[in-house]
Design a protein around this ligand. Structure first.
Ligand SMILES: [Zn+2]
Ligand SMILES: [Zn+2]
Length: 258
């Protein structure tokens, strides 16, 4: 008998709260991320009636102080990241959800590939990342990279300049990984992007033939340095020369290769 009275009382309470339940509930944040060590975060709740905490993960506590909710999470000792929802309920099916995440000790970051290559038109590519942490991403100039739930997305805009390259760094506590990003660009047709062409004066040999009088041909080689590609005399004797490199700066692109 006592049991059923309690039950009825409980039922009355539920009905009462259902009658005054909020039609609108809003919170000032819909997601909270805690570090491995846990912590405390305040959420401000605005409602036009009564509300209660309908769902809460067992590793999260939600203390209610009027319109302020204090969310507390302890140190994460599970070894894996965890997440869950706090659901606040008002009238009937009026609910609002606060997503709670907590990191853990990161033990590895393993990208499916250590490079990503773009054509000059650019675009977006994804790389699967095997990790038990939430890596921070650092992208080089000319690329953007974002990480979400095991996928790294790398974007490169169309590239009208020369080819570019850079390193994308993923770090999480003492773990890190590097992905090499490259993008093709405009390339100088004349030098093929190298910025240098074969020296036309010496045809790449670094030495040029010079006229030697017939009676001296036994003593003199008849070869001299090519000054066009950097060859020079170091003295003091005639043969004390440094030959040229055989390559000169590409005159079309000024050595930039673009
Ligand atoms: Zn060139
Ligand atoms: Zn030369």
């Amino acid at each position: 008998m006592k049991k059923s009275i309690l039950f009825l009382a409980g039922l009355a309470l539920i009905m009462l709260s259902a009658c005054n339940g909020a039609n609108n509930i809003s919170v000032d944040k819909n997601s909270i991320s805690f570090p491995i060590g846990g912590g405390e975060e305040n959420v401000s709740v605005t409602a036009d009636g009564s509300w209660n905490v309908k769902e809460c993960p067992d590793w999260v506590t939600a203390e209610i102080h009027d319109s302020l909710m204090v969310i507390k999470v302890q140190n994460n000792e599970t070894g894996t990241p965890r997440e869950g929802d706090i659901v606040l309920a008002g009238k009937d099916d009026v609910t609002v959800t606060i997503h709670v995440k907590q990191a853990t000790k990161c033990t590895h970051i393993t990208p499916a590939s250590d490079k990503v290559e773009f054509e000059k038109e650019g675009g977006t590519q994804t790389i699967a990342i095997d990790t038990d942490g939430s890596p921070q991403i650092e992208a080089p100039e000319g690329f953007t990279a974002t990480y979400d739930n095991g996928t790294l997305s790398v974007t490169a805009p169309a590239n009208e300049a020369g080819s570019k390259r850079g390193e994308i760094k993923l770090t999480c506590e003492d773990q890190s990984a590097t992905i090499y990003a490259t993008q093709k660009g405009n390339v100088c047709q004349r030098c093929g992007g190298t910025g240098k062409i074969t020296c036309p004066k010496c045809n790449g040999k670094g030495l040029v033939h010079v006229y030697v009088a017939p009676d001296l041909r036994d003593m003199v080689s008849g070869l001299d340095y090519c000054s066009k590609c950097g060859g020079h005399w170091i003295g003091p004797n005639d043969g004390d020369i440094v030959k040229g490199s055989g390559r000169i700066k590409c005159p079309d692109c000024g050595g930039t290769g673009q």
